[in-house]
Design a protein around this ligand. Sequence first.
Ligand code: ADP
Ligand code: MG
Length: 704
Amino acid sequence: MPSAFLQQKLEAIKEISPNRAEILQKELGVYTLQDLLFLFPFRYVDKTTFSHIKDISSDGESVMLKGTLFNMRHVKGKRSRRLVANLKDSSGIIELVWFQGASWIHTTLEEGMIYTCYGRVNIYNGKKSIPHPELEAIAGGAKVKTKLTMDPVYHSTEKLNAKGLDGKFRKKVIQKIFKKMDRAELYETLDPYLVEKLKLCTRFQSILWIHFPQSQEQLDEATKRIKFEEIFFMQLRILLSKERRKNKLKGFIFESVGSKFLKFYNENLGFELTGAQKKVMKEIRADLGSGVHMNRLLQGDVGSGKTIVGLMSVLIAIDNGYQACLLAPTEILAYQHFQSITEALKGVSVKTAFLSGSVKGKKRKQLFQFLAQGDIDLLIGTHAILEDPVTFHNLGLAITDEQHRFGVIQRAKLWNKNPAGPPHILVMTATPIPRTLAMTLYGDLDVSVIDELPAGRKPVKTVHMTERHRPEAIEFMHKEIQKGRQIYVVFPLIDESATLDLQNLQTGYDDLLQFFPKPDFQISVVHGRMKPQDKEAEMKRFVDHKTQIMVATTVIEVGVNVPNASIMIIENAERFGLSQLHQLRGRVGRGADQSYCLLMTGYKLSKNAKERIQTMCRTNNGFEIAEVDMRLRGHGDIQGTQQSGVSDFKLISLILDQVIIETARNLALLILDDDPDLSQPKHALLKAHLQKMKFTIKDWGLIS
Ligand code: ADP
Ligand code: MG
């Protein structure tokens, strides 16, 4: 083992005083030399190609020139003297200026010599100059002998710059680290056959070249290797922990499909399952019968029919003598599930109950008792289900709907709801997760996808409108209401406590009242600050078609199902994220009628907002929307990525590097298939590195 030079504190480098170390720590979050070494440049200044002086056109541009130095002179300014010289190439002449060290610099330069000149161009009143250029004489006059390189540029902050710890300083420190460090400290992490197979440079080279590439090729090599490593070890870790869980965790065996399932399937289900639904049912049935614990993510766009799949899984559990529960993120959604499932199960003897924070007192107590005795087969509700006093008799299957709203810890609670072992887990989400993100985020879940909508659905027509179109929009609403349709009007409510937003909603409601006066028209209002009972009551009036318009905040975002509602109007649409817009739009288009989504915005839109609106108008495809969303927001912002380690990636982009990601994933699968615990000598380096990582990375992969 080489001396752990890289593990030393920053002060190990002479130029870094304790004071400076503290600033670096605060500003960059670096503690050791290794930390510093692994902060890569974010761009490079190309010093490998020369510009022509006449082509220089932008202020602040960094250029590399080659030319003859002439007309060097001192110029007296108001306060001080400066040194000025001209550089001439075949295309033109540019002025070079030194404000400091003029006398000394004068002595180092020689007129008539050819120099390479590097610096940032200043254009002032049409006049081009380069202050404090780096000049290097070309020996012999003609041939370039100096090693031209790409100069690393590091992210810096104002504080760092003020303290002289800018990019240039960092570059010097990194150079020093390389000088002092034993090569072996950047030990190889990939076994030789892999390096060869993947045609990668060595790890040492990759880190050296990412800082100091001598050519674009070297930079590409370094980038390729580092990106690959980032994703490859993550995939190995995920797959290993998944494997471990599978081997360790036994699952309840639901042997047979029984009478309840069959009755429902043959008598209650009013439609043919789509091919995708059938495929997913098969996958789930295989899991449930296998004796292995199921931990499955069910992905499907809004309206693709996930609930039925969930419900049929529930029936399998109940048929085999187990209880099941279904969790939804909001009370409205949970209650709607409860209602629609009770309805769907008519005639099938399943004892279903509802639990949320608003089920109180005696009712609550009794429910707990029934549940513990096994007198309830299926419990549907909110987070309240996770609370400690809620005990099941024999929980065999837990389904969470719209999973992205549940935290890891909450999900872990589900695992402990049955002392005999963890219930099977089915996580349903309508958030279309781009393939590459799913591979990393949910790498330890098995993923099923419903990629087909029930037949006969008409895609929602989406249009962008501004205030100017308001009269048109109102007229359109009148027409559709006359046809018997219902309309959602959604206002942004980013923060449920934001009074301003509530005022917005109130004003919007008042405006609508003028165009749709009582008693001919009825309008429901639902927002997050209302009491649950009032919310329910308002929702119900809309569901029962007692009102034509529902004015709401995003509380209706997930899951509500009113097939007769065919218009979705989103006010201040520019304030919503893409995935939220898509979720909202998913509330319509559930019936047989043509549905519409109107996106109302102000006149002036940011570039980002414009793209969001255009994307919505262009496509109904949730996956396509998710890709754009990820590109616009960056993957770090996407829910769930925080604890996943994805946000730690330095170079890899989940959007642009799909090929690398898939290569890494497939290779990891192949390796573990052949050598599940990496015990073969040919994987010694992989194993050693993974073990090292264990101590530096929180183990986030174990829980679904
Ligand atoms: P999701 O939860 O995936 O958004 P739902 O399960 O709420 O979708 O289903 C949306 C609507 O489509 C429901 O009214 C449901 O009854 C109906 N549905 C589901 N599967 C089918 C199918 N195969 N054929 C026709 N309608 C279906
Ligand atoms: Mg749903």
